[in-house]
Design a protein around this ligand. Structure first.
Ligand code: ADP
Ligand code: MG
Length: 539
């Protein structure tokens, strides 16, 4: 997969420049490119304890994104997944450390430990007060002597940052950082590996599998498990985590490892709250990308047991906008839907033939789901089949509740049912169609006339004419031929639907945004649906 980068060599410096340029003037960097990549608070006056963190790039917004009032004073960046050099760390320390001293917050990786550790030694030789803490919050590998440092590091940044901001001395800040490190636990899960810029992507995780307990540098997880659902995924993660943290109220940090969509992350947040530790989670940080691993399609959960003091520190306002706040969790508030939406339900009545006919029509659409989605994928968003099949399943399920013996009421009831169950353009158009057919039928029109009136209403509302590459191209000729029987209607619908493959300029629906060369040779899904319906009914 191509990536929006220029050259691998300049990737990190260019990203830093972009971040600085959009920081509202709150961030600056040291003049040490390419080897020394250090971002500092532009307004720093060395009057308080400085916090320095960092490590390889690829974890954005960590760490540059957390430089600012109430969090880090400086971030020292390496290349992608590579620890910064001793000189780079030393430059960072020297740039921000005043008489109050400096705390280095280091994630537990050999390279970072060594480079930050030696830099701390050298800074002390300059007469500076420097303390270093090592975060090892990953509980994935219970038997390793030294766990990795992952997203739980953010809790250290925030709590130590709040204390430093409040003017506490280096001992207090260091002690609180150590306390967080002692208590925090994290674990991650991913559905795919990450893409290291300039290297081919490693296709390690098979479709249908997930890796549990992976590092944030593309290291493989400790376990490959079957992926079933977001709920199961969160269940497994919480199973591992829950036993590793103290009981009582906790703050959860839900971290996007970089490539999960915000939509998925929101589902995971819901599952986290529904999990068996959900009731202990008094506050949540995220879901948000905090400590990412490039584009990894995964998430991690970090848990920190908290008392009132820790909570206040986690909730105090900060400058960096990458910190998503630490908000109270709450039950979902549900308000009544406004009056006027609850439809008047028609009185159900029986007619076995009509019930059978409706069921047959529904089955035709359910059968056609994949084919129609395939066509819509060519000209739209790939969901016409699912929309029609979903509505058909709902209609089939509700067939006994319909006024089957009164066709005028029946059309309206179908329109109502469709407007409730179908989304998408095809859904609302069919709902309009059936309610208009119902109106026409009640005014005494014959069935074919009523259907034509329904189509006319669809055209008025949707603005599509024959030749615009929509379902109208099949429906109009089919209704015209219907007085001659179903077989005639079916062949007219088929001819109309097949003709849409030659119409390269769609004038309605999503297809109108698609270029001509991509439309040619494919039937419009709505028109194909109409043709399949008539063909199968004629059989
Ligand atoms: P979307 O995903 O675009 O909301 P669907 O996939 O549910 O819509 O339905 C797409 C089909 O709807 C198209 O194939 C076309 O036949 C039909 N359609 C779209 N717009 C119109 C319109 N204005 N009038 C008639 N039919 C339309
Ligand atoms: Mg669609």
């Amino acid at each position: 997969m191509a990536q929006f980068i220029n050259a691998k060599e300049n990737l990190v410096t260019e990203a830093i420049e972009g971040t600085l340029r959009t920081s509202g003037g709150k961030l600056a960097r040291l003049d040490g490119y390419p080897h020394i990549k250090v971002v500092v608070r532009a307004d720093w006056d060395k009057s308080k304890v400085a916090l320095v963190s960092g490590g390889g790039a690829g974890h954005e917004p960590a760490h540059v994104g957390f430089v600012g009032e109430g969090m880090l004073t400086a971030a020292v960046c390496g290349d992608v997944f590579a620890s910064p050099s001793v000189d780079a760390v030393l430059a960072g320390i020297l740039a921000v450390t005043g008489p109050a001293g400096c705390l280095l917050i280091v994630k537990n990786y050999t390279g970072d430990r060594l480079n930050f550790g030696l830099a701390a030694e050298r800074a002390r030789a300059f007469g500076l007060r420097v303390e270093m803490v090592i975060v090892a919050d990953d509980i994935a590998l219970p038997d390793v002597p030294q766990a990795r440092g992952v997203a739980g590091t953010l809790f250290v940044h925030k709590i130590a940052g709040a204390l430093a901001q409040a003017g506490e001395n280096l001992d207090v800040v260091t002690k609180s950082a150590l306390e967080v490190i002692e208590n925090v636990a994290s674990i991650g899960m991913s559905l795919d590996t990450c893409t290291v810029p300039g290297s081919p992507k490693e296709d390690r995780i098979e479709v249908g599998k997930a890796e549990l307990g992976l590092g944030i540098h593309g290291e493989s997880g400790i376990e490959v498990i079957d992926f079933v659902s977001a709920r199961d995924a969160m269940g497994v993660v919480i199973d591992r985590l829950a036993s590793q943290v103290k009981s009582g109220p906790k703050v959860a940090l839900l971290n996007n490892l970089g490539g999960a969509t915000p939509l998925e992350m929101a589902v995971l947040a819901e599952e986290l709250m529904l999990s068996n530790i959900g009731s202990d989670i008094c506050c949540m940080v995220g879901p948000a990308p905090l400590m990412t691993s490039l584009d990894m399609r995964g998430f991690s959960v970090s848990l920190l047991p908290v008392d009132a003091d820790a909570l206040a520190l986690l909730r105090s306002p900060v400058g960096p906008h990458a910190w998503p706040l630490c908000l109270d969790t709450n039950p979902v508030e549900v308000k009544a839907i406004p009056d006027g939406l609850a439809p008047i339900k028609p009185i159900p009545s029986q007619n076995p033939q009509v019930a059978e006919f409706i069921t047959k029509c529904c089955d035709i659409f359910i059968e056609a789901e994949v084919v129609l989605n395939g066509l819509d994928a060519k000209s739209g968003d790939g969901d016409t089949g699912s929309t029609l099949a979903g509505a058909s399943r709902a209609l089939k399920g509700a067939v006994d509740l319909l006024p089957l013996a009164d066709h005028t009421q029946l059309y309206r009831a179908i329109g109502l049912e469709l407007s409730q169950t179908m989304g998408g353009s095809s859904g609302v158009l069919l709902a309009i169609f059936f309610s208009a057919v119902g109106d026409a039928s009640s005014s005494g029109q014959t069935m074919v006339e009523a259907f034509k009136s329904g189509m006319k209403r669809v055209q008025e509302v949707g603005g599509a004419n024959i030749g615009d590459r929509t379902m109208i191209d099949a429906l109009a000729p089919a209704l015209e031929a219907l007085p001659n029987g179903l077989a005639a209607a079916a062949s007219a619908a088929r001819a109309g639907a097949d003709h849409t493959a030659k119409i390269t300029k769609a004038k309605a629906g999503r297809a109108s945004y698609i270029s001509e060369d991509r439309l040619i040779g494919h039937n419009d899904p709505g028109a194909e649906a109409v043709a399949l319906l008539f063909e199968n009914l004629a059989d």
